[in-house]
Design a protein around this ligand. Sequence first.
Ligand code: NAD
Length: 317
Amino acid sequence: MKVLVTGGCGFIGSNVVDAYVEKGYDVVIVDNLSTGKKENKNPKAKLYVCDICKEELEDIFEKERPDIVNHHAAQISVPLSVEDPLYDAEVNIKGIIRLLLLSVKYKVNKFIFASTGGAIYGEADVVPTGEDYIPEPASPYAISKLSGEKYISFFYNQYGLDYTVLRYSNVYGPRQIPHGEAGVVAIFTEKLIAGIHPTLNHFPDAPQGMIRDYCYVNDIARANIIATENKKRGIFNIGTGKGTTTIVLYKEIVKILRKKGVFIPDDFDEPQRALARPGDIKVSTLNVQKAKLELGWEAAYDISKGLSETVDWYLNR
Ligand SMILES: NC(=O)c1ccc[n+]([C@@H]2O[C@H](COP(=O)([O-])OP(=O)(O)OC[C@H]3O[C@@H](n4cnc5c(N)ncnc54)[C@H](O)[C@@H]3O)[C@@H](O)[C@H]2O)c1
């Protein structure tokens, strides 16, 4: 079975590629290496350095004829989407439309899409938030991801293209870069290792920071394998269902680093502070019962175990 993974040299995409390769899939990656890195590429996967917005994408479909398309390539920064919504839409809306058109033309069996439960619901008044909650996207990034979902639904209704949408919570783990949707783990860890005092962004009335549902990338990769092999179509939240404040996350990373022998000065016990950025949401946690019941998926990592493995990766890099 051949799977084409867009964004397969990025943080999550490369972990998904590793999981596919381990399962014996034939993997083709399309990545323009804008934020992804060649060193993330699984040696058994074939890489086409190509932009999903370019017409050359069709040559790859024609040559490779994938059975499955797994779409992870995206403009991933919420602040950048606020600064430049046109660029965000170019990649995240026009890019997915191009992929869907090619998937229909080249008779792809299933389309899997990395969407965002962390951003799409906005400041929801029901938390943990379920898939049936009407999204209130609070940033151009969240709007473009929701548009992607709507196009997928249209392509299913119009052409019968089968799909699974995975709405991830805040993903963390090895290979994460600091600029993405849930870059805070990467930012804190990289800074603390480099001896730089990190800054915690918060709303004026919530000094403990934002509340997020942090999900380890191995669990995310496993959800992609299940979505590929399971016949269930639809939209699924993928997260832990549990909320962690930024200050608790920060202190846990400091604790783990010290336990592993990294010197962290006493005045780093508390982070520096700054105000929340445009597009930030106060609370985001996902109700993941649907994935558990219908896909048989649930997160296996708790935050301590996931952070410990993540810190090991940053220290051994
Ligand atoms: N990190 C999270 O917590 C999170 C949460 C929800 C959803 N997601 C989604 O998961 C996916 C992967 O995110 P990530 O955190 O691994 O980010 P990432 O930046 O590490 O990965 C994105 C990859 O896509 C590639 N890419 C970007 N624009 C491209 C283009 N126009 N053409 C071809 N390749 C392009 C990049 O080079 C990179 O390899 C994204 O779709 C993102 O929206 C991430």
